[in-house]
Design a protein around this ligand. Structure first.
Ligand code: SAM
Length: 271
């Protein structure tokens, strides 16, 4: 566990409310979580026993997407909704696949940023911004110190968009970030979809949404049509909008069937 003292006085984490970054960390087998987060992760796993595998599949998708874009010459990565440091972080994958890449991590959770800063203090070419997706101009202002906005880059918004309700206009925010990127840039998204959980409501205790309803950021799954709205005006990279485990995965199908209708992935290029 990361020493609590280093969170600083104004950033002391809330031990009573499950936190989406820490639930995900618990799901991935990490150690940066508290009892309340582990309980939430256990409940989610009770409801869907494959949840920990889904979380790992999700990280693998991110790894494949970065690998594909590194091959296409991308050397700058803006990762909004970074999450707690985990098994293979964006900067590690990027530096392995494309040495010299620059990475800016953005998260609105001060504890996530504290972890990221502590872990990355010695990593050249990596910066951490405590900012919120809902304020894209502030993200752009901060990112400009590290990224050359005239050169193509990759914007990652993975595992975050379903925590931003329509009322907070995630479509507008992502659209503004994409607008600011140079042609030849890429958008990488992943999104929990309600295709298979259409009938469940946060008030239904048999739904994972009920677990998230008690967290610091309730979950708002979207249907495929709404997920595709994030990609409007962009050229969708093959294999298109698929489930996370299918996206550019050369391995034999493992969780494809199970993940269809649960977690969508897409990579798109700005022309
Ligand atoms: C489940 S984690 C995803 C981590 C990582 N991106 C991944 O896909 O594996 C979601 C992260 O998004 C962050 N987040 C949620 N809403 C946000 C917002 N409006 N602005 C910035 N970060 C946000 C949370 O603090 C959390 O760290």
């Amino acid at each position: 566990m990361f020493p609590i003292e280093s969170y600083g006085e104004t950033m002391s984490p809330n031990f009573d409310v499950p936190n989406i970054a820490r639930i995900y960390d618990a799901m991935l087998g990490g150690k940066d979580n508290f009892a309340v987060d582990r309980e939430a992760a256990e409940r989610l796993t009770e409801l869907e026993p494959l949840s920990p595998l889904y979380a790992r599949e999700h990280r693998r998708y991110i790894g494949r997407a970065i690998g594909v874009l590194a091959e296409r010459g991308i050397r700058q990565f803006l990762d909004v909704g970074t999450g707690l440091p985990t098994m293979d972080n964006v900067h590690q994958i990027a530096h392995r696949r494309a040495p010299g890449s620059r990475v800016v991590y953005v998260d609105n959770d001060p504890n996530v940023c504290a972890h990221a800063r502590a872990l990355l203090a010695e990593d050249a070419g990596v910066a951490v911004l405590e900012e919120d997706l809902r304020f894209p101009e502030r993200i752009l202002d901060g990112a400009r110190a590290s990224l050359d906005m005239d050169e193509p880059m990759c914007l990652l918004v993975t595992g975050i968009l379903h925590f931003v309700p329509d009322d907070d206009d995630p479509f507008g925010a992502v659209g503004r970030l994409v607008e600011a990127m140079a042609p030849g840039s890429f958008l990488v998204i992943s999104h929990i979809t309600d295709e298979r959980v259409r009938d469940t409501r946060p008030s239904d205790n048999r739904s994972g949404l009920a677990v998230y309803a008690k967290s610091n950021a309730p979950m708002h799954p979207r249907n495929r049509v709404d997920v595709e709205r994030f990609l409007r005006g962009l050229e969708i990279v093959e294999p298109g909008v698929t489930c996370i485990s299918e996206w550019a995965n050369p391995d034999p199908p493992l969780l494809h069937e199970e993940l269809r209708g649960v977690w969508l992935a897409a990579v798109a290029r700005k022309t």
